[in-house]
Design a protein around this ligand. Structure first.
Ligand SMILES: Cc1cc2nc3c(=O)[nH]c(=O)nc-3n(C[C@H](O)[C@H](O)[C@H](O)COP(=O)(O)OP(=O)(O)OC[C@H]3O[C@@H](n4cnc5c(N)ncnc54)[C@H](O)[C@@H]3O)c2cc1C
Ligand code: FES
Length: 299
């Protein structure tokens, strides 16, 4: 399975282009939505892939910032990439100041996306802003004629970012939305893990999970899935510089099984995918299968 998926989801070749802001708007819960129009020839990212956004100089930060693609649509023959992001530091704050017509450099598409062709009833598990790339995945599944069960959790109703949008889009796609909040202000009182416990057994087996959210949540989802022998694919994050496997700045600890596979397929020589001990999040990920990571060492 691991080898088959590896072959099926080889990293797409990337290009660097100048994108133009088509829209920047408040998305609620302290987040913004950004639409960037990219020139013709930029390969459309698939759900789970990301791009590196580099502010045009002079800028307050030197390095590009990684951002998951939340939507791709075609307007007037050009692709428009959508992003849901939180302004948390100098780079994303500067990004939030851009207005329609401003430019930003876009490197991508990068990394490996969700293997949407993986068999089973698709269960999408989102925490916080992880909702956006997973709605993109739900759309990809719909195109494959598959309906998703969409589990969305946050601390409270106010932090269910883009909830109305999620509801509308899933309704259109024929997907089913299940909610959980820690404080019970919307949906089940509890975490998305409690939601998995409740909803999972009611769904037609076998299940396949695709998840995006904070690492703590992803670790819990990975352990839940592995304990039940359910395949789970998790979109991980890391601090990144190059986004292309060169700087070695985004290591993710491999599980024993994945270490053995690396040695068997690539020898012990380092590659753009990392080395036997660590996978680079930007090239081998950001979407990893649960059993390929050593969750005790994931930060
Ligand atoms: C593959 C990938 C996809 C991502 N997709 C999104 C997305 O769709 N929407 C979004 O809002 N953010 C996303 N991020 C995180 C985003 O890249 C960071 O928030 C951003 O780089 C912060 O840059 P900054 O200059 O604003 O903040 P900095 O000044 O660099 O950092 C501000 C704070 O954010 C923390 N931080 C920086 N990078 C990350 C990270 N990767 N994960 C968690 N904390 C971080 C820093 O430790 C620091 O505490 C993604 C990251 C990766 C690796
Ligand atoms: S960001 Fe440079 S190797 Fe991953």
């Amino acid at each position: 399975m691991i080898v088959a998926l590896e072959a099926a989801s080889r990293p797409a070749p990337w290009t660097q282009v100048r994108g133009r802001v088509a829209l920047q708007r408040d998305y609620g819960a302290g987040h913004l939505w950004l639409d960037l129009e990219v020139p013709r020839g930029f390969r459309d990212p698939v759900p789970g892939q990301f791009v590196q956004l580099l502010l045009v100089a002079p800028a307050p930060v030197l390095l590009p910032r990684p951002m998951s693609v939340a939507s791709v649509r075609t307007v007037g023959g050009r692709s428009v990439l959508g992003f849901l992001y939180g302004p948390v530091g100098a780079g994303t704050l500067a990004l939030s100041q851009l207005t329609r017509g401003d430019t930003v450099d876009v490197l991508g598409p990068l990394g490996r996306g969700f293997p949407l062709e993986a068999p089973g009833t698709p269960v999408l598990v989102a925490g916080g802003r992880g909702v956006a790339p997973l709605l993109f995945a739900a759309d990809g599944l719909r195109r494959l004629g598959r309906r998703s069960e969409f589990l969305f959790g946050a601390r409270s109703r106010a932090q269910l970012v883009g909830l109305d949008d999620a509801r509308r889009r899933l309704e259109r796609m024929g997907g089913r939305l299940h909610l959980a909040t820690d404080d019970g202000s919307r949906g089940l009182e509890g975490t998305v893990l409690d939601l998995l416990d409740k909803v999972g057994p009611r769904l037609a087996p076998p299940l396949v999970i695709h998840a995006c959210g904070p690492h703590g949540m992803l670790k819990a989802v990975a352990e839940w899935a592995m304990a039940r022998s359910i395949p789970a694919f998790l979109a991980m994050e890391s601090q990144m510089a190059c986004g292309t496997g060169v700087c070695r700045g985004c290591p993710m600890p491999r599980s024993e099984k994945a270490r053995a596979l690396y040695v068997r397929t690539r020898g012990d020589a380092p590659s753009l995918f990392g080395n036997a001990e660590y996978a680079m999040c930007c090239t081998e990920g950001p979407v990893f299968e649960a059993r390929d990571l050593d969750w005790e060492r994931v930060e």
